[in-house]
Design a protein around this ligand. Structure first.
Ligand SMILES: [Zn+2]
Length: 270
């Protein structure tokens, strides 16, 4: 696998960019690391969590630093992520109302066709999936943990881009960002069962049994789902970086539990 994400750093803030998607032009975007913010202790230092128990003021400052470094200008659109297969189309009115008036929409993917809005999803082991048709000028950003991946959220979002927003599967570019790897993601039988229910034996190459437990490659499963929807294999970028293995770069729910920070993926048309 060719490494599909490039590490960038500016003023101490470090983030990863989906190289092929940015090379196509017309977009800015990336995935945050834990480096370059002002949060302390377990949340050190670039915690971007905006939930009730998070320090929202600190997260705002961290967003300001990250977006300043990465040159992001759009008004933020943020979801209430519920591990579903739902995607929403983001207009200037809703739900892109900034970081203070957000989380009104329960969904796990956003589609957008205009500059001025930056799509944001939150992650701490779940995969971010960037989707882009450079000719149709439509972007999408997906939050795909195992529950979302098991109901094929990335492929369903791509389907909506194709059927409802004029995208074409052979032009579309995809990039699956840092998430928990198959070695770190040890599960019980419910996780493989969920993937086999939606994908049949297509899921098998990405599921390994080790004694009583299972190991599941959620990024690999999302990639195959996108290929099954017609996205070209050469247009799907991946990364070797695992959020659980790489304590130096990322927060991980599996490694740290609930007392941890949160990364964000961000994506905008320009
Ligand atoms: Zn790992």
């Amino acid at each position: 696998m060719t490494e599909g994400f490039i590490k960038r750093e500016q003023a101490g803030v470090c983030w990863l960019e989906p190289a092929a998607i940015l090379a196509a032009g017309g977009v800015r975007g990336g995935f945050s690391t834990r480096l370059g913010g002002v949060s302390k202790a377990n949340r050190a230092s670039l915690d971007l969590g905006l939930r009730r128990n998070d320090d929202v003021d600190t997260a705002r400052e961290n967003f300001r630093r990250l977006f300043g470094a990465a040159g992001i200008k759009g008004k933020p659109a943020v979801l209430s992520q519920v591990h579903s297969d739902r995607s929403v189309f983001v207009t200037e009115e809703s739900p892109a109302r900034g970081l203070s008036l957000m989380r009104e929409m329960e969904a796990d993917a956003m589609i957008c066709d205009r500059p001025g809005t930056v799509l944001i999803t939150h992650h701490a082991d779940c995969a971010p999936v960037f989707l882009y048709d450079p000719e149709a000028r439509v972007i999408a950003l997906v939050h795909a943990g195992w529950r979302g991946a098991a109901v094929c959220i990335a492929a369903k979002c791509a389907e909506r881009m194709i059927c409802d927003y004029g995208c074409h599967q052979e032009r579309m570019l995809a990039a699956i960002g840092p998430c928990i790897c198959g070695k770190c993601f040890e599960t019980d039988g419910d996780v493989p069962d969920a993937f086999r229910a939606s994908m049949g034996e297509t899921a098998d190459p990405f599921i390994r049994r080790m004694g009583e437990k299972w190991h599941v490659d959620i990024a690999g499963l999302s990639a195959v789902q996108l290929m099954m929807r017609g996205i070209l294999p050469g247009h799907i970028a991946r990364t070797e970086l695992c959020t659980c293995c790489r304590e130096d770069l990322f927060y991980s729910h599996r490694r740290m539990g609930a007392d941890r920070g949160t990364m964000a993926a961000f994506f905008e048309l320009i």
